[in-house]
Design a protein around this ligand. Structure first.
Ligand code: GDP
Ligand code: MG
Length: 171
């Protein structure tokens, strides 16, 4: 393998309860597929509080950054139903997926991003209401976060190496 292989990355994407319950998983997934990202793992799960604490605090340092109250709001939101977890692979896939998803606050997300096109809520409104801001998908923030998140959500034998027909032009 050449050096270019080091630039092939994997990112964790989680379709949160709002995208599942609004029935827009397909529309959102298309955005990732149409740029040439490859699905290498996918499953529906309903994780418990311990799992989300590991995901949001041990890996994402969310309580450290935003406080326990925001974590509790977010935990209530994430446990309203099952989520679909997915691992996407592609060239510098971690920042690419973040670009497609958009920033955390839907109100600030540009049109053309998933959060900008399918949601509009603000931090101010969700904090006043006492809910985690529903922003449709989780996406790994950086490469080191991605590695830890993928190990938390997927067993090694749930991830697949295969060649797809688009590889000649997309990778
Ligand atoms: P992300 O990486 O863009 O998802 O953002 P973070 O890792 O900072 O936060 C995780 C999730 O917690 C976000 O996607 C939101 O759903 C929620 N969240 C983050 N910050 C806030 C906040 O200030 N207020 C509320 N209500 N929810 C928040
Ligand atoms: Mg994050």
């Amino acid at each position: 393998m050449g050096k270019e292989q080091d630039l092939i990355q994997r990112s964790l994407v989680v379709f949160k309860p709002d995208s599942v319950q609004r029935g827009i998983v397909g529309k959102i997934l298309q955005r990732f597929e149409q740029v040439g990202l490859k699905i290498v793992g996918m499953k529906m799960v309903m994780p418990d509080e311990d799992h989300y604490r590991a995901h949001y605090e041990d890996i994402g340092e969310m309580i450290t950054r935003r406080g326990e109250k925001t974590f509790q709001y977010n935990l209530a939101y994430m446990t309203t139903g099952p989520v679909i977890a997915m691992v996407l692979e592609g060239v510098e896939a971690v920042p690419l997926v973040r670009k497609i998803v958009g920033p955390t606050e839907p109100k600030s997300a540009e049109m053309g991003t998933i959060r900008g096109d399918f949601s509009h809520m603000s931090f101010g409104y969700s904090d006043a209401k006492g809910i985690g801001v529903p922003n449709l998908v989780h996406a790994s923030g950086n490469v080191s976060e991605a590695k830890k998140e993928i190990a938390l959500w997927f067993k090694p034998d749930e991830l697949y190496d295969y060649s797809d027909v688009r590889a000649k032009f997309t990778r």
